[in-house]
Design a protein around this ligand. Structure first.
Ligand code: SAH
Length: 457
């Protein structure tokens, strides 16, 4: 039997929006059937064209806005609609912070069945623009000249971009300058269709505290025409550049980086600080893209861990050891575990760089290494987890429940998997004390959350 849906494809309908999804679409309901529409906000009334219908939900396009939300603002960025890198520029910043808090509250109730858990107002940025320290832009050609920009929403056409409003101005200048120099020296852009040409991406990284800049040229071939002159001009025009690196990616692939990286000029790394901790960042290192808010997040982690200097701490999913190193200042001993070997090399190097000796790092899966540590008698007083989007592995959650650290600090970039995991920990003897969202990525729909759990007595 064919189910009769309340709307059909190509219908024009008048609706009122009642919610905002985690990916930034407004939600309207027609006889309970949800329709998702980009560039709309809760409370708004509009005419919408239905463009797709599935069994349980549909998609629409905004045709005419009858009544705008008081939180609606004109996006500052001229290429906001085509780009897709930001999803919430049409919502005022205070509106963004409210929406992110509500999203966390809703999902903790719906998935986590946590009825009256305290979710604090989101810690936002005073100036929610120009915060990213890393730019990574594809290179293309138009009328014979190089352009740098972004892939148009859901396509592989490169749109020219001169400025990105969530990017450090320095990085915009670096990218434009490098593009202009390469263009003048006849470097051709890589072409995905023909698999010819040289320059695929330009990456710029900026140490916010140190002012140091790294440039990475990602090329198809090892050969880069007029390499020497290009380097000379870059360092003459951009005196803060400390490192110029080439990464070679000969493959037909969407993956940006190839396996071979070589330093063309200067240092192999640049440095930056989060709080008092100094980090060495290489071309391939993972490093938080918003260090100002990272500091806010880690200060919160320290507060929730509430260390006295006597504690053993485990940092699961530790990456390059940022949280681990931050915690060493207040803990007796910190153990960090991470699956990517290069990240652990960075973590060890960073510990050494800061003269920190009360930390140990291990390569491996958190769900295998931590049970092993537990068997060996390493028992955490405080356990920190900062898993990828899919959340914690079940085995790890069970190990936490068995090990019974007095406190668990859960850092999450995905409220849905966080809610699922909190339910498991609650059923295993933990109480969710408080939840603090931190806005690491203003203008986008990303939400970062930090949670304090304690063992029930
Ligand atoms: N805490 C770090 C990084 C968190 S991102 C920071 O603040 O910088 C999550 C990390 O988990 C990534 O570095 C990823 O490589 C790692 N990871 C993914 N699956 C893992 C697993 N099963 N065991 C350990 N680490 C894992």
């Amino acid at each position: 039997m064919k189910i009769q849906l309340p709307v059909q494809k190509n219908d024009y309908i008048d609706v009122t929006f009642v919610d905002l999804t985690h990916d930034g679409n407004g939600v309207a309901k027609v006889d309970g059937y949800p329709i998702f529409v980009p560039n709309t906000l809760p409370g708004e009334k509009a005419k919408v064209k239905v463009i797709k219908v599935n069994k349980g939900y549909g998609f629409g396009r905004l045709i005419e806005l009858y009544e705008a939300s008081p939180y609606r603002v004109e996006p500052d960025c001229p290429i906001y609609k085509e780009c897709g890198g930001c999803q919430l520029q049409h919502l005022s910043y205070s509106g963004q912070l409210k929406a992110k808090r509500k999203q966390v509250q809703d999902v903790l109730q719906r998935i986590g069945k946590l009825e009256d858990v305290v979710v604090h107002p989101v810690l936002g940025m005073e100036d929610p623009w120009r915060y990213r320290n890393k730019a990574q832009v594809p290179v293309g050609e138009r009328e014979g000249g190089l352009i740098v920009g972004f892939y148009q929403n859901r396509s592989h056409d490169i749109i020219n971009m001169e400025a990105c409003l969530i990017q450090q101005e320095k990085n915009d200048v670096v990218v434009q300058t490098v593009k202009e120099i390469c263009d003048r020296y006849g470097v051709r852009a890589y072409n995905e269709q023909t698999h010819k040409g040289t320059l695929r991406h330009i990456m710029a990284r900026y140490g916010m505290k140190t002012g140091e800049i790294m440039i990475v040229l990602i090329t198809r071939t090892a050969e880069l025409p007029n390499k020497k002159s290009i380097i000379e001009e870059i360092i003459a025009k951009l005196p803060d550049v400390k490192s110029i690196v080439q990464n070679i990616n000969p493959k037909r692939t969407n993956v940006i980086f190839g396996d071979e990286t070589k330093v063309l000029w200067g240092e192999e790394v640049i440095y930056d600080y989060i709080g008092n901790i100094k980090f060495a960042i290489s071309a391939r290192s993972f490093y938080q893209v918003n260090p100002e808010q990272t500091k806010v997040l880690y200060d919160q982690a320290l507060k929730y861990a509430n260390l006295t200097g006597e504690e053993t701490v485990i940092d699961a999913y530790c990456g390059i050891g940022t949280i681990s190193l931050f915690l060493t200042e207040k803990a007796k001993k910190v153990y960090g575990v991470e699956i990517v070997p290069e990240a652990i090399e960075d973590a060890k190097r960073n510990a050494e760089l800061n003269g920190i000796s009360n930390v140990e790092f291990a390569v491996g899966e958190a769900e295998k290494v931590i049970p092993k540590w537990y068997e060996d008698g390493i028992i955490a007083d405080v356990l920190v987890v900062d898993p990828p989007r899919k959340g914690c592995d079940e085995t790890l959650l069970q190990t936490i429940i068995d090990m019974k650290p007095k406190k668990v600090v859960y850092v999450s970039c995905n409220p849905a998997t966080l809610a699922r995991d909190l339910r498991v920990l609650e059923d295993g003897g933990y109480r969710t004390v408080e939840v603090q969202p931190v806005d690491m990525f203003p203008q986008t729909t990303h939400v970062e959350v930090i949670v304090k759990l304690v063992l029930k007595v």
